[in-house]
Design a protein around this ligand. Structure first.
Ligand code: BG6
Length: 489
């Protein structure tokens, strides 16, 4: 039996036949059902503009469950129960008349969760139409990213939603916040006094955040080419990670206490002026190469591509946080598609000891690092200095890990997907893992000035071969500061 009970709700998924819904959201709902975390009275309504036989659409959803849920987690009994909760409704999200049948299928006694897995351009229409059929009061709205493509357009979307829904019932998704290891950052930092006393410019020299992917743009050229890696990954996932590493301890774990601290970090990010742009930011675009031993095309040769595109698929940058805690501690952020390895990790580099008593040639070895591996092989490793063993070794040092590998240490527990956690939190009415309007806006403000700078300077992305660690300029950027990207990456 699950340790928590979750109240019944009607869960309406707009965009139910889209890639995100089929690949991530339905499997996550199924997993919640399997774990006993969907209330027996909870109903699911799949909404899409595709007309035709409802049964055929429901069968498609079931097929996607069979495809995306690992075989050993597919349970026919749970699948039956899941099917019995699920209805399909075809509707045009922009047409007010189409909402009458949705209103009929929603119980007035339980919350309605309206999840928008659609382009943000229709969020406003959906909100207005939900309100027009009298559903606004009982509804929590869940907004997928990207919300806008810059500050102004994100404000337009947020304002349209806010006309009908208060912030307390608006849940903006950044799925990185639902990852177990990302939530662990809060536990690591604020449940261990060991780290918090060291967590500042007196003890830390610099921080690296890398989110590297081996995939390309996976048939999403149309979307991705308008966005690029800065908007797709830095504006949300990487800046959220930066905030969790850099924020001050919140007064408690309530949503607003945590978000207030994150906003302070975003406000303190130093702008990168056009004069500094070429030194501090590198844009890249992958050319043909090979990933995992297989040849892959370049970005400009992908299906439906435009061979003239100058959209970036890689960004490396140096961010500086202007406050007492972090003054003089650069945060190096790096993310790209078609890189050598899929890895998301944060490396905290501690400063060298203040006085040095070992052989001078060993000096370069000496600094502690805390490596937080978000995916894959989730875990935490603290690199510490020890003496090499053996009579002939004298006081020769080496750096070795104190390791905590989550799957080895906590063998029994399965690591839930980020969306399972996030959907559960919405059903429980908890906003801690969702992004407040002002966070999105400060993040856009900072990214907008980078994009403006690129436009003003006519900065073209530097190519890198697929399957590499990005353009050489990204290595030069960190080397200029006397540092290197961590490890064997
Ligand atoms: C999404 C981006 O938000 O995150 C994708 O739109 C990216 O481009 C994905 O591939 C990465 O997520 P994850 O969980 O696989 O690291």
């Amino acid at each position: 039996m699950p340790a928590i009970t979750v109240d019944a709700n009607t869960f309406a998924l707009f965009g139910a036949l889209g890639d995100l819904a089929l690949r991530k959201l339905f499997p996550a709902l199924y997993q919640l059902d399997r774990a006993g975390l969907l209330n027996p009275a909870t109903r699911l309504v799949a909404l899409s503009r595709d007309t035709g036989e409802a049964d055929a659409h429901l069968a498609r959803i079931e097929q996607s469950l069979r495809r995306y849920v690992p075989p050993h987690e597919l349970d026919e009994g749970v699948l039956d129960r899941f099917r019995n909760r699920l209805d399909y409704l075809a509707m045009d999200f922009r047409r007010a008349e189409d909402y009458a049948s949705l209103a009929q299928s929603v119980s007035p006694d339980m919350p309605l969760i309206a999840y928008f897995a659609t382009p943000a351009s229709v969020y406003g229409d959906i909100c207005r139409n939900l309100a027009a059929v009298g559903l606004a009061e009982q509804t929590r709205v869940v907004l997928e990213k990207p919300i806008g493509h810059d500050l102004i357009s994100s404000q337009v979307v947020n304002d349209a939603v806010a006309e009908h829904f208060p912030e307390s019932r608006t849940y903006r998704i950044d799925h990185y916040l639902g990852k177990e290891t990302v939530q662990n950052l809060i536990a690591l930092r604020f449940a261990n006094s060991l780290f918090e006393t060291q967590w500042n410019q007196h003890h830390i020299s610099h921080v690296e955040i890398t989110v590297a992917e081996t995939v390309g743009i996976e048939g999403r050229w149309g979307y991705f080419d308008q966005a690029g890696q800065l908007r797709d990954m830095i504006q949300n996932h990487l800046l959220q990670l930066l905030c969790l590493i850099a924020m001050d301890p919140p007064a408690d774990l309530t949503a607003d206490s945590i978000r207030d601290e994150k906003v302070k970090v975003l406000k303190a990010l130093a702008p990168i002026t056009p004069e500094k742009l070429s030194q501090r930011v590198v844009r890249g675009q992958y050319a043909a190469g090979s990933v995992g031993g297989k040849p892959v095309p370049g970005y400009l040769e992908e299906e439906n591509s435009n061979a003239e595109s100058s959209t970036e698929t890689f960004v490396a940058l140096r961010a500086d946080i202007c406050n007492w805690r972090w003054s003089g501690v650069p945060f190096y952020l790096r993310t790209g598609k078609r890189m050598a390895q899929k890895v998301s990790q944060i490396v905290i580099h501690f400063k060298e000891p203040p006085f040095y008593i070992f052989a001078p040639e060993q000096r370069s070895l000496i600094s502690n690092r805390l490596i937080i591996r978000l995916q894959p092989d989730e875990g935490i490793s603290l690199q510490v200095m020890t003496k090499q063993q053996g009579l002939d070794k004298g006081m020769h040092l080496r750096s070795g890990p104190l390791n905590l590998n989550f799957s080895e240490t906590y063998k029994s527990s399965r690591i839930p997907d980020a969306y399972e956690r996030l959907l559960l939190e919405v059903m429980q009415g908890n906003q801690n893992l969702f992004v407040r309007k002002d966070e999105i806006e400060y993040a856009w403000r900072w990214c907008d000035q980078l994009i403006d700078g690129w436009t003003r300077l006519g900065d073209a992305p530097k190519t890198y071969p697929a399957g590499s660690w990005g353009p050489v300029a990204s290595i030069a950027m960190i080397t200029r500061d006397g540092r290197s990207w961590y490890g064997d990456l």
